[in-house]
Ligand binder design. Structure first.
Ligand code: 5GP
Length: 176
């Protein structure tokens, strides 16, 4: 499969994603059963994951979004973070769960966690569909839910893009 100028091959199929997202949802329903959590979805890459995951949640919750980007259309993290949207839900004293598409170096996650901690929530945890353990630069204590651990591939599909292409794909593909 070709996107723009790069070739990709399947890595995680839609059925496996669906099953894993259901399992994470079951876990979240248990872990947050007596609190009313605030889910903070990190756009753009996690839009499908957020939508599918949130449909599995049957406890009272709020959902808000922020938009961060560190790739700027390439295949390597630039280590610069563009912070596009601040969000207005008051998270003071609330249990917050950040929903990310992928943790690569971990810089984006650290940045967002620090920013949200300043707003004094009761707790902050991170849920990421994908994690590249070999790429992680510092441990993230808040990372409690991970869909799939993958090797250091550049991946697209299920919300993730290459030069804004491929977000619509149902499966996740890796660069050949
Ligand atoms: P980090 O700050 O952890 O290095 O990178 C996090 C962000 O980089 C992700 O939210 C995602 O937007 C982007 N990213 C990291 N790895 C990949 C990848 O393999 N494919 C795509 N499309 N984006 C990635």
């Amino acid at each position: 499969m070709k996107l723009v100028d790069l070739d990709f091959e399947p890595l995680i199929l839609a059925d496996a994603i669906e099953k894993r997202v259901k399992d994470i949802g079951i876990q979240l329903n248990k872990d947050y059963s007596d609190t009313k959590p605030v889910f903070v979805g990190v756009l753009n890459g996690s839009f499908l994951f957020i939508a599918d995951l949130i449909k599995q949640i049957d406890i009272p919750c709020e959902i808000t979004f922020t938009k961060l980007a560190s790739y700027y259309g390439g295949t390597k993290s630039t280590l610069k973070i563009r912070d596009d949207i601040d969000f207005s839900v008051d998270i003071k004293g609330r249990d917050v769960l950040i929903i990310e598409d992928i943790v690569d170096t971990g810089n984006t996650a650290h940045y967002l966690i620090d920013k949200l901690k300043a707003k004094e929530p009761a707790s902050i945890k991170l849920c990421s569909l994908l994690l590249k353990p070999a790429s992680l630069q510092t441990k993230i204590d808040e990372l409690k839910y991970v869909g799939f651990e993958i090797e250091n591939h550049f991946v697209v599909g299920y919300g993730l893009d290459y030069k804004e292409m491929g977000r619509n794909l149902r499966d996740i593909y890796k660069k050949v």
